[in-house]
Design a protein around this ligand. Structure first.
Ligand code: ATP
Length: 375
């Protein structure tokens, strides 16, 4: 049978109250997660947040303290690793050095005594674009090529779910970027569920259609990359995915779809859809705004995108970085805001020491809880 016969037919991966304790330390805390079949899912978080432990429980390499793992309607929580329709690609490839590329990829099929090895391996070689390398040994390939062999070797077993544990961690930045696109292409082509673990937010956002941000054993927020970036719910997510200006304020009130906030003496508004806190008057808040969403203008200059406007800024640093210019603007309350301006060539650069006004469109800001979240 064709190796791709029953791909992508599973009913998705579901984790229920999944918990892992190591002695008195809880690495994964009652995780609930639904990963749709055929999706490219990324588990993103800093070192030690529990993402690898979660992946290892799905692979069967670690036993949960409690909770369940189901694939479609099949409970695999206690199944032996080799019985699960799950394969893992690790950072260190784990290729057999004495076997050539063809035999590395064929390994799983030969062990299961399959007769259709040659066409299946050739299909995989084509998928990862290594047809011309079939008779080389792993040591004769580059890091990126070796990682593609590891991918082919896992995919030939026709798993329902492919787990990728920091698979690009050993590659240099440029190769990482091209492999990210490559793995995304392969996932689209085979249509399997990919679960990718990484601490690199740019990698997660580039590759995955859904990203779960993990912190200290729990998932803080999950969604499409743009949703997480534009509408973070916690200060952790706001700071872990890109950069954010977080400005202290207190809630004034709520009128229709808008929350008004006294932000250091200026009243600004934020849509309720981006307000992740109690909106009672006096509640302490963080007003969040991404650096590229902030506009700077000469004092008195009319800005054509009216919105939250705050006077009294002074440019305190200018960094020209090619595609953009990155400013620091010291505000009257002493905080320095980061402002990224695209270098379109249509505007002059501001200079250090210049007085400016800053503003942003209200629907670009978000509002976070400053009472629960002390960071
Ligand atoms: P990294 O990217 O550094 O691997 P991670 O988010 O994948 O981080 P995990 O490897 O899942 O984190 O580990 C989560 C926590 O559990 C860490 O604090 C780690 O020290 C702890 N831990 C993991 N495995 C064990 C173990 N076998 N015994 C005790 N503690 C462990």
């Amino acid at each position: 049978a064709d190796a791709s016969d029953d791909r992508g037919t599973g009913g998705g991966l579901h984790l229920r109250s999944l918990t892992k304790e190591f002695a008195s330390f809880t690495a994964v805390k009652s995780l609930d997660l639904d990963i749709p079949s055929g999706s490219f899912f990324a588990l993103l978080g800093p070192s030690g947040c529990g993402k690898t432990t979660t992946l290892r429980m799905v692979a069967g390499l670690e036993t949960p303290t409690s909770g369940t793992i189901t694939l479609g309607d099949r409970d695999i929580t206690w199944e032996k690793p080799y019985r699960r329709p799950v394969n893992t690609v690790f950072q260190n490839y784990a290729l057999f050095p004495h076997l050539d590329i063809f035999e590395n990829i064929a390994f799983g099929l030969r062990r299961r005594k399959r007769s259709d090895v040659k066409p299946a391996v050739e299909q995989m070689l084509a998928l990862v674009e290594l047809e011309s390398q079939a008779r080389k040994k792993p040591a004769q390939l580059s890091g990126g090529q070796q990682q593609r062999v590891a991918l082919a070797r896992a995919l030939i077993n026709n798993p329902e779910v492919l787990l990728l544990d920091e698979p690009l961690g050993a590659l240099d930045l440029k190769l990482r970027r091209s492999m990210q696109i490559e793995i995304k292409r392969i996932q689209t082509e085979v249509g399997l569920t990919f679960v990718h673990v990484t601490h690199d937010q740019e990698e997660a956002m580039t590759m995955a259609d859904t990203v779960a941000v993990m912190n200290a054993g729990v998932i803080e927020q999950m969604g499409a990359p743009a949703e997480l970036y534009e509408n973070p719910r916690t200060t952790f997510v706001a700071n872990f995915l890109g950069q954010s200006n977080l400005i202290e304020g207190t809630v004034v009130g709520r009128e229709g779809d808008v929350v008004t906030v006294d932000m250091q003496g200026t009243v600004v508004s934020v849509p309720t859809a981006r307000a992740h806190l109690e909106t009672t008057a006096g509640h302490r808040a963080w007003v969040g705004i991404r650096p590229e969403k902030v506009l700077i203008a000469e004092v008195g200059e009319v800005i054509d995108a009216p919105g939250n406007s705050i006077p009294g800024g002074v440019i305190s640093d200018v960094s020209f970085v090619g595609v953009s210019t990155q400013y620091l603007v010291r505000m009257p309350w002493g905080q320095e805001l980061q402002v990224f301006e695209q270098n379109t060539g249509r505007r002059r650069l501001f200079r250090t020491g210049e007085s400016v006004d800053v503003s942003w469109r209200p629907d670009y800001a978000f509002l976070l809880d400053h009472e629960q979240d002390a960071s």
